[in-house]
Design a protein around this ligand. Structure first.
Ligand code: IMP
Length: 205
């Protein structure tokens, strides 16, 4: 029998766990995380798309737990680079590079490219149910790549990503505000009706 009272979310990052708990508070399920269940999974994110990576993680967790499982994958797409770094966002600039190196690498790739250097953060959520059904939710946050770093909040590419229609980077806004407008927050909000349907029995499972 499919257990329909708990939702397993594929993150062990405490910040993301708090964010998901808040964003999914209206889902009629108990939210649990892999560490709470003693599940330790290393899933290689080798897909060609955010969807492939997200569903690979969600399915692996669902098989390990028997629970409806949610996983996300996210990254930065820059128009002038044909959508790069995309699914390679975390590995851009090679193995061993850290966030500052990846930002410098990206700025280097854009040398000579005039403003506006349009870009978007993308997040894809996959929800895998034990009967094999998979649902997706997506969110994006539009902006442009700056010519230098600004701000110290956030992580990853935040200090070089200026929000559309605003004069601030993602690293210059307070964390609470980022959690409202981020690609992840938008994808999570799009996932809420899907999850409500699943847990109320009106979904595909
Ligand atoms: P993941 O989906 O959390 O594994 O993120 C993949 C990579 O995309 C991260 O390592 C970052 O380089 C980049 N990224 C994803 N979300 C954000 C964000 O909110 N701010 C800055 N960089 C991000």
């Amino acid at each position: 029998m499919i257990e329909k009272s708990r939702l397993l979310i594929a993150t062990t990052n405490p910040g993301k766990q708090r964010e998901y708990r808040a964003l999914l508070r209206d889902v009629p399920a108990e939210i649990v995380f892999p560490d709470e269940l003693g599940i330790m999974l290393e899933v290689e994110e080798d897909g060609a798309t955010f969807r492939e990576n997200a569903v690979k993680k969600a399915r692996a967790l669902m098989r390990a737990s028997g629970l409806i499982s949610l996983a996300d994958d996210s990254g930065l797409e820059v128009d002038a680079l044909g959508g790069e770094p995309g699914v390679r966002s975390a590995r851009y600039a090679g193995p061993g590079a850290d966030d500052p190196k990846r930002r410098a690498f990206l700025l280097g790739k854009l040398l000579g490219v005039p403003a506006p250097r349009r870009a978007r953060f993308v997040c894809v959520i996959a929800i895998a149910a034990p009967d094999g059904a998979v649902e997706y939710a997506e969110g994006e946050c539009r902006g442009e790549i700056t010519f230098g770093e600004r701000g110290t909040n956030g992580f990853g590419y935040d200090p070089i990503f200026q929000l559309e229609g605003r004069a601030v980077t993602m690293a210059e806004i307070p964390p609470g505000e980022k959690n409202e407008l981020s690609h992840r927050a938008r994808a999570a909000r799009a996932a809420v009706p899907i999850l409500r349907d699943l847990y109320s029995g009106r979904g595909k499972t």
